[in-house]
Design a protein around this ligand. Sequence first.
Ligand code: HSE
Length: 381
Amino acid sequence: MKIGLLGYGVVGGGVFELCANSEHFDITSVLCLQPESVPGGKGVANADTMLADESIDVIVEVMGGLHPAYELVSRALKAGKHVVTANKHLVCHYYKELMQLAAENGAALRCTAAVGGGIPWLTNLERARRCDFIQWISGIMNGTSNYILDTMHHSCVPFAEVLASAQRLGYAEADPSADIDGLDIRRKLAISANIAFDTGIPEEAVLTYGIRSISAQDVEAFAAHGYTCKLLASAGLQEPGSIYAVVEPTLLGADWPEASVPGNYNLISMEGQAIGKESFFGQGAGRYPTAYNVVQDLEDIRCGIRHFYTNACRDRMVDNTRLRRRYYVRTSAGSDWLTSHTECHWPQGGVITSPVSPVEMHAAIHTMEQKDPGLFAAAVL
Ligand code: HSE
């Protein structure tokens, strides 16, 4: 199968290497900023020839960002080429458009590496949803934040230093604020929820709060109370047909499998009416795990797959007001809201609230952050 590769960064380089070791895949052209750096004279600075080349069956997009990725992927699909991408921002933002474009042109559109790095999550979600009724999905879907939180729980390394090492290891996004502020994981949750629940929610519908302001003192307090903090994404069906979709730091007791997920690993679960709970564990970020799932998608196309994970996209309302969770809050800002919702004080300084909706809590966080930008809060499960 002949392949045009868009992007030659951490993941693109990994895809190039893995395909070089395969008898089935021949990368004939690589779009990148430094074409001379690509072995075999395959580098190009412009994708026009690649997209017009009828001998190229599949375009692999691993350049990241929305533009020009969207324009190039759309042109590829319109030309009847199959597309494999690891770009969750692209798939999330243009979810309906790309799904429709692929269907209209009889082309495969696969993005398994976009959610969960090397984990076969989306492929198994597709298999589950085609013969079961998915109730909820939930999990750790960002390797960088898990690496940071896991390292902070095991050593006293400051936040900024751990983030720098996640960048060196190739886990972090080009702009790592997407990892620590939860934008990366909310895109992964939106794509997963759309496939699981046959809908098309935008990423903005996911209520999101990240880990930017967690401190070593917070982590010590969590450990003293038997909790581990993880950045958790969850979405599920509610009566009468709406869904909830939330990303927030979450304190988990030792009996939660998620509590012991190490390093850059992800653990993503779903609950189906027939299958019950199923979980998928593996490396959620990094060059070879991500490249591995790109190559798996190529194998699926070679074996005849010609579609996206679903073709259904019904409107569903996102309503996060019906959940109830307790929250840990550590802040120096006085707040009547917090005082009236405090259930107990921790000796280390934080408080635990009574059960409130994530919508109410996130609004209170934003108000209190005006006075105390260093505030940190986390749901307690
Ligand atoms: N920055 C992402 C993560 C890469 O850390 O999970 C994989 O999507």
